[in-house]
Design a protein around this ligand. Structure first.
Ligand code: ADP
Ligand code: MG
Length: 148
């Protein structure tokens, strides 16, 4: 059953970029419209990699996903669900109030947010996915995701 691995105590270890991508791709199969994923972790932890995996799992070309450096919110369509991708790295908490992230993705898609600690307030029902750098090629991925 896809998704069961999220329940493993201590999370999952991805030993390569490809493995992180694959984990996210598998998770995407369990997502529904309105789901919000908060991706926390240091620079280079693999948050954008994870979003590329989500895209592929939803049927979107992962090569379309980039770090939204200048655009705060990217929107990818053409898959099973729309994918909204926000990167709040450059923002402070007051700036995120104006983004309207609460309304984004609720109807037709999934919202993935990098640097969610920049959010001015909690997003209802959001699931936290934490990526930690263990070494060059290794990431520990934990979540409070509850499996339907
Ligand atoms: P972030 O968005 O968190 O800053 P990126 O996904 O943009 O991170 O970049 C992650 C970097 O770490 C890439 O250069 C990737 O090749 C490298 N990397 C090495 N091992 C892994 C792994 N297990 N999972 C994800 N990325 C990895
Ligand atoms: Mg990134």
């Amino acid at each position: 059953m896809v998704g069961g691995w999220w329940l493993v105590v201590g999370g999952r270890v991805a030993n390569s970029e490809a493995e992180t991508h694959l984990l996210a791709r598998e998770l995407a199969a369990t997502l529904e419209a309105g789901d919000v994923l908060l991706l926390s972790g240091d620079l280079g932890a693999g948050k954008t990699t994870f979003v590329r995996g989500l895209a592929e799992g939803l049927g979107i070309d992962p090569a379309d996903v980039s770090s939204p450096t200048f655009t705060l919110l990217h929107e990818y369509r053409g898959g099973r669900l729309a994918l909204y991708h926000a990167d709040l790295y450059r923002l402070d908490k007051t700036a995120t109030e104006d983004l309207g992230l609460e309304e984004t993705g609720v109807r037709d898609g999934v919202l993935a947010i990098e640097w969610p600690d920049r959010l001015s307030h909690d997003l209802a029902g959001a699931r936290l996915i934490r990526l930690e750098i263990v070494d060059d090629e290794t990431r520990r991925i934990t979540t409070n995701y509850s499996i339907r």
